[in-house]
Design a protein around this ligand. Structure first.
Ligand code: NIG
Ligand code: ZN
Length: 432
């Protein structure tokens, strides 16, 4: 089969974010986007083969460009496709009635402790068929794609029994094959204490360790193992036991940490060598220091704080302390029902003290590192996957200044145009 070439030319600003494929960007490096004016990219099949100024590429790759489909990005920004490193993609139903309860004063944890919240979605997800879950999840994936997201992480955790956890992970795996968006899976059997184990959380942790984790590994259903470490959910001791057991089997630890109150989650992430600690609204100063030392990435979820009407995590402090910061939607039916990673970037600038450049790093290459894919995606460099986002704004500052809007003009996934002029061209690239 002959090769397919795609050539983007005359980008007003082409943001490469180069030089961080091995390690995430930290501190001042998060402000260096490595902008090429009048930039161009040549893609061959799924990969980027050349990147530079338009004139330079036109003269060096004359033959290939003659064969290429051409996109003129005059007046636009070209940057890496966005990466969302924390979603609860596969679930059934919605929880708008809880939103209403929260607007009337109920708290997230009160609702959960009264059998709602994660438990409500668990009941619906247990009852859903594989086809129903697929259908709902594809709708969400399409929304991500329209917002410029080309890779996401997806967690289980609305089963809390093996049958349903398996069903969620199975759906995510299938969708990774079917949908243009690449999906990396996380097992999160410890998302809540199931009602049937309410008084015996340690027995439930044993069940996950003894029965579920080996199956996740055997059937290659996930790369990461996550836990909701929070007062009233799982303690730091239970979380540690679970994460280390998973690590022994090859599952990389992640942790929902210090979301509602300071609980030693950031410290625990450092102690177990987690790839990321997520939420961190209430992380302690000591925990932040330990994360920086241990190289744990902070996955911050500004939409969750926004939607729960809480103060956001202190992203500014984390970056200043040397923590690599990433951003995510936390897409889930309770605390952040959105697929707009661009809006999360806006919120990170307005509520977490990030600069526009830092927000862009956090939603691309640093997010890619938070799911172990920094070598493959997240920046525009020769040899990396051709996941490219074209924004209908003349400079990157406007992506944050013109807030709350979707500036996506085109999305190129693995060298193919999947969004054009803001509309879905195809959500299927993979045939099996
Ligand atoms: N905090 C725990 N889990 C999810 C919310 C899940 C839900 O409410 O359904 C989160 O990351 O925000
Ligand atoms: Zn989450």
């Amino acid at each position: 089969m002959s090769s397919t070439y795609l050539f983007i030319k005359h980008a007003n600003e082409l943001l490469t974010l180069k030089g961080h494929s091995q390690q995430p960007a930290v501190k001042a490096a998060m402000n260096q986007l490595h902008v090429i004016n009048d930039g161009a990219i040549l893609m061959k099949d799924e990969q980027i083969v050349a990147i530079g100024e338009t004139d330079e590429l036109l003269s060096q790759f004359h033959q290939e460009i003659n064969l290429a489909e051409i996109i003129d990005a005059s007046g636009k920004v070209v940057m890496p496709g966005l990466v969302d490193p924390h979603t609860h993609l596969v679930y059934a139903g919605s929880r708008e009635e809880e939103f209403n309860m929260r607007l009337n004063g109920a708290t997230y944890m009160e609702i959960m402790n009264n059998g709602g919240g994660i438990h409500a979605t668990t009941t619906k997800t247990r009852a859903a068929t594989i086809d129903e879950l697929k259908e709902e999840s594809i709708k969400r994936l399409d929304r991500f794609l329209i917002h410029g997201v080309t890779t996401i992480e997806a967690k289980s955790g609305y089963g809390l029994d093996w049958e349903t956890e398996y069903k969620q992970l199975f759906v995510a795996k299938e969708l990774n094959h079917l949908h243009a968006i690449d999906i990396v899976s996380t097992f999160m059997g410890a998302h809540a204490i199931p009602v049937e184990y309410k008084e015996r959380p340690d027995v439930f942790i044993d069940l996950i360790i003894d029965e579920m984790l080996p199956l996740v590994v055997e059937e290659e259903l996930a790369v990461f193992n996550d836990v909701f470490c929070e007062r009233g959910v799982f303690t730091p001791e239970q979380s540690k036991r679970l994460l280390l057991a998973g690590k022994n089997l090859g599952l990389i630890p992640k942790i929902h940490a210090d979301e509602i109150e300071p609980y030693g989650g950031a410290e625990l992430a450092a102690a177990v060598g987690a790839i990321s600690a997520d939420h961190l609204l209430k992380a302690s100063d000591e925990g932040i220091k330990k994360m920086a030392e241990a190289g744990v990435i902070a996955v911050l979820l500004p939409g969750t704080a926004f939607f729960l009407m809480e103060a956001a995590a202190n992203g500014r402090k984390m970056i200043d302390e040397g923590v690599a910061v990433a951003l995510s939607t936390d897409c889930n039916p309770g605390s952040s029902p959105t697929a707009s990673l661009p809006f999360m970037m806006n919120l990170a600038c307005m509520h977490m003290g990030l600069t526009p450049a830092e927000a862009i790093y956090a939603a691309t290459i640093n997010a890619a590192h938070a799911i172990g894919k920094g070598h493959e995606i997240g920046s525009l460099e020769e040899g990396k996957k051709a996941d490219v986002l074209i924004l209908d704004v003349p400079n990157y500052m406007q992506t944050q200044y013109l807030y709350g809007m979707n500036h996506t003009h085109s999305v190129i996934k693995a060298g193919r145009i999947v969004i054009d002029n803001g509309a879905l061209v195809t959500n299927k690239l993979k045939s099996h």
